[in-house]
Design a protein around this ligand. Sequence first.
Ligand SMILES: *Cc1c(COP(=O)(O)O)cnc(C)c1O
Length: 400
Amino acid sequence: MSRTFEIIEKEKHRQENTIELIASENFVSENVMRAVGSIMTNKYTEGYPAGPRHSGNTGRYYGGCEYYDELEEYCCDLWRQVFDTNYHVNVQPHSGSSANMAAYASVLNNDDTVLAMSLDAGGHLTHSSPVSFVSKNYCVKTYRVDENGWLDYKELENKIYTYEPQLIVAGASAYSRIIDFEKIRDIIDKAKMTIHGYNPYFMVDMAHIAGLVATGNHPSPFGIADIITTTTHKTLRGPRGGLIFCKPELAKKVDSAVFPRCQGGALQNVIAGKCVCAEEALSHDFTVYIHNVVRNAHAMAEEFKRLGYKIVSGGTDNHLFLLDLTGHNVTGHELQEACDKYGITLNKNAIPNDPRGPKITSGVRIGTAPMTTKGWGKEDFIVCARTINTIIKDIEEGKA
Ligand SMILES: *Cc1c(COP(=O)(O)O)cnc(C)c1O
């Protein structure tokens, strides 16, 4: 066996023998892997299928694309079905970050202002981090969470009036509560009426919660936001990739921002995987799955509370929560390392106003999507919370 496949076998063994609690991960189906590993990887398909349904696009730059046109149109139709929407969709972004880069590029000029959730309140790197392109290309302002760990809509509103951002981004990577998109839309619309000539765009990045939106377990941003981005590999349980949805009038801008501005040839094997992912997301099984993911996150968070821990915001409405370790003599970093030794994979995560730096942190992020895929029920997650509690006690007593 080649070295490459030896490494893959070792990783397979790791995946089969550890408890995966990373909130942004999942295990894809055999069919998703078949599609992504298929011969659809062999072709250059720069451009888009031609025709009026594709913002008048003139088609592909290379010959021999007829089956890719069929595949990509099918993929777009499927995703509109999944989210029950008539929004335009671009299925080509290579990742969530690429989707965000193109989404920003479609409606912003350099040095325009973006208002998004700060990293330490739960936002993503591409929303506001100084190390991300977002801060290199645009002027970034942030809103945070209040003293209870809930999104601070009042602060968001104040910052709109202070900075008049051209783009307001809602969405997060480590926030366990429902985000009220309608409320943000109302705040934006009120600002538009109050501030003369102010006409910003509203973008929702639903990368983490897309599976919940698809199944009615989180309010939908469709019909509310101008642009919606997502990944397909988190709660949607598909291949690693991104999608951009937008109101039909922005279709041309979004398409040209993805290709040729931010990307070259699309990964058509991944688009085939996105088709399989959407087909699966439309199934009754997927609805049951997401329901269980949410129920399991709630059960595990409640067990931690019963064991005397704080959860950021006091609990969870979705597939993840942040365990607050302040008040315990252990850091997020220490807990992550100790859990690794017991085959439990989770990640350290800053909590709002974390007294420790981002490399140490006072929290860990826990998600239930991957282990629910592996068949875990409520009881399994409760037992796992107790195991983590034992590990924490061991660290505190210097035994771990
Ligand atoms: C994961 C995530 C992304 C980025 O996805 P990548 O595929 O890792 O680039 C973007 N936004 C949010 C909110 C995320 O959670």
